[in-house]
Design a protein around this ligand. Structure first.
Ligand code: SF4
Length: 390
């Protein structure tokens, strides 16, 4: 069998790996290129990455390095990095140098330029993997992948928003699993339209609890740095942990948000949060402040701020968040993740935070009943709280 010139791989980031893999698979010339799906995240990934990374570097760097070493050891020889913004903008150069010093032989391509996305340069880079690739085909596949990512974000956001209200548990998980399988095999925009119709139809058929009568469900918003927000392994599946406790979770950061909304909304965020900030804090810091205020306005019970160890923009946001928390009496829990973070420690803190939110909510309801003073209200509340039967 003829040896392929390139075996291409890329770092993982949540479920985005599926549409990205599909896009690359459809762009390359298979007579000279194979695509290697990056290995699932594991303890080994972060150990490999940490062993070769500077100690002080941010956690996403270490995870990316772990991803790269795993695929290089498996035979990959063409690595793609798509980082940008903040220190992430310098990852590519440093990572390439470290991997070369370790003796690996590979081609390394960073998709972003220092100034951001440059479509012409991007096309030239992708052409290394398919000399006959026309610009039209390149544009079509990129648009298709972006549309697939948009749909992925919409579906996952819908599921996240409604997960706790699902009556027959497991229905959303099944739909999500099928959807991921299908979104990995999209060839044409028509396939995507069909998939969208089908998945929405199934989602709408899932029977939900009445939201008015589910006011006891604890609602928590997740804010903070983008990688830890979107790569579930890096936070030990924080959202799943919260869901298993019975918490409704809201998260803003998605790839669609970063690509299409973030840039446009910075000024709006600063204006909205002008009591606390006058200028952008860099990376996701501004959003952390504005989204906290929005979550308070929407009546969320608590907020979890997540960040990798040493993430400067989020460190800058913390004193402001503390002030907001104090002024608005909203509990905010701060979680920092690095290669030494213990999963058990995070789980314990989440459970304690949840218990505190439940107590606070019950006390609030109790006070409300006393304030209203109506005997009927009081009885209804007791029935709800203590499970009294009529
Ligand atoms: S946002 Fe934080 S984690 Fe991400 S590159 Fe910047 S400092 Fe590092």
């Amino acid at each position: 069998m003829k040896k392929k010139k390139y075996i291409v791989s890329f770092p993982r980031l949540g479920n985005y790996v599926y549409p990205i893999y599909n896009m690359l698979d459809r762009l390359v010339d298979h007579s000279m290129v194979d695509i290697m799906f990056p290995k699932s995240m594991s303890k080994n990934t972060i150990e490999l990455g940490s062993n070769v990374s500077p100690d002080f570097v941010c956690l996403p760097f270490k995870y990316n390095m772990g991803n790269f070493i795993e695929v290089l050891e498996n035979g990959a020889n063409f690595l793609i990095q798509a980082g940008g913004g903040c220190r992430y903008g310098y990852y590519a150069e440093v990572q390439e140098q470290i991997l070369r010093d370790l003796g690996y032989d590979f081609t390394y391509v960073s998709l972003l330029e220092p100034e951001g996305i440059n479509v012409k340069k991007l096309y030239e880079k992708v052409r290394l993997l398919n000399l006959n690739l026309s610009f039209a085909k390149f544009a079509k596949e990129v648009i298709l992948a972006i549309k697939a990512i948009e749909l992925l974000d919409k579906v996952e956001t819908y599921i996240r928003d409604n997960y706790m209200y699902e009556i027959k548990k497991g229905e959303f998980d099944k739909i999500h699993k099928d959807f991921i399988k299908n979104v990995s095999n999209i060839s044409f925009i028509q396939d995507l339209i069909k998939l969208k119709k089908n998945v929405y139809k199934r989602l709408k058929l899932v029977k939900l609890l009445d939201k008015q009568s589910s006011k006891h469900i604890i609602k928590v918003g997740i804010i903070g740095e983008l990688y830890t927000s979107m790569e579930p392994f890096s936070t030990f599946y924080l959202e799943k942990e919260l869901a298993s406790l019975g918490v409704k979770v809201k998260r803003y950061t998605t790839v669609t948000y970063l690509l299409f909304k973030k840039g446009k909304s910075i000024k709006k965020h600063i204006k909205y949060a002008n009591k606390y900030i006058d200028y952008a804090l860099g990376a996701d810091g501004t959003e952390s402040i504005a989204h906290t205020l929005e979550l308070i306005e929407k009546g969320y019970d608590g907020i979890i701020h997540i960040k990798p160890f040493g993430c400067t923009p989020e460190i800058n946001a913390i004193p402001i968040l503390q002030k907001i928390a104090q002024e608005n009496e909203i509990p905010i829990m701060y979680l920092t993740f690095d290669s030494q973070t213990s999963q058990t420690g995070i789980k314990t803190r989440l459970e304690a935070f949840y218990d505190m939110l439940v107590m606070k909510k019950n006390m609030k309801m109790e006070t409300k009943c006393i304030e209203i003073g109506s005997k009927e209200n009081r009885l209804n509340y007791d029935k709800q709280k203590y499970g009294f039967q009529n």
